[in-house]
Ligand binder design. Structure first.
Ligand code: FES
Length: 59
């Protein structure tokens, strides 16, 4: 998955922005990612993708 791919279409948040927030703030849940970036706050359709990025970054 490339860094500039849009993960959250509702709010226009990219994978890179989500990964950066996870790394910088030490986020561990999709809820925390939503609070930080607003990704996942509208339709919720991107939450499984957010969880995948969490797994990828946090291992
Ligand atoms: S695509 Fe992320 S909240 Fe709708």
């Amino acid at each position: 998955m490339s860094e500039d791919v849009h993960i959250c279409h509702c709010n226009g948040i990219t994978k890179g922005e989500i990964a950066k927030a996870i790394k910088e703030k030490g986020l561990t849940t999709a809820d925390e990612v939503s609070d930080e970036t607003s990704a996942g706050e509208v339709c919720g359709g991107c939450v499984s993708d957010i969880e995948e990025i969490l797994d990828e970054v946090n291992g």
